[in-house]
Write a protein of this length. Structure first.
Length: 133
């Protein structure tokens, strides 16, 4: 399935998911994801896509399980403050497909969005998303 299946109310108020390539994928148990059963995993399926997790009102804490679900490439996370300035990047060390790492960040400056992208054009995905102000 793809982002055509998203409906108003599917996401908590104030949260948005986006990609610069135009297609988000909601992976279900019968998805292509290397045969592993997945429910509720959201990610990109286009090479070189960036997955954005954003907040209409900045939050202080962001955490999620992140994986590279297509190829054996690392995923880089970049966090942006309430004014849209980068707070920095971090390579997650994900070098095997379908292996997830739970990551989190907190900032008193507020977090307006988090961008995730695979280093060599694979797709990235998130699950177990948590955020708080």
């Amino acid at each position: 399935t793809d982002d055509a299946n998203w409906s108003p109310g599917d996401l908590p108020a104030g949260l948005y998911l986006d990609t610069d390539m135009g297609t988000l994928v909601v992976m279900r148990p019968d998805a292509f994801d290397n045969g592993y059963p997945r429910t509720g995993l959201v990610g990109t399926a286009m090479p070189d896509a960036v997955l954005t997790v954003g907040f209409t009102t900045p939050v202080k804490v962001f955490a999620a399980s992140v994986e590279n679900h297509i190829t054996n490439d690392d995923v880089v996370m970049e966090v942006f403050d309430a004014n849209g300035a980068s707070l920095g990047t971090h390579a997650l060390g994900l070098e095997l497909a379908a292996i997830a790492q739970f990551v989190g960040v907190c900032s008193d400056q507020g977090i307006s969005r988090v961008e995730l992208h695979a280093t060599n054009g694979g797709g990235e995905a998130i699950d177990w998303l948590r955020f708080a102000d």
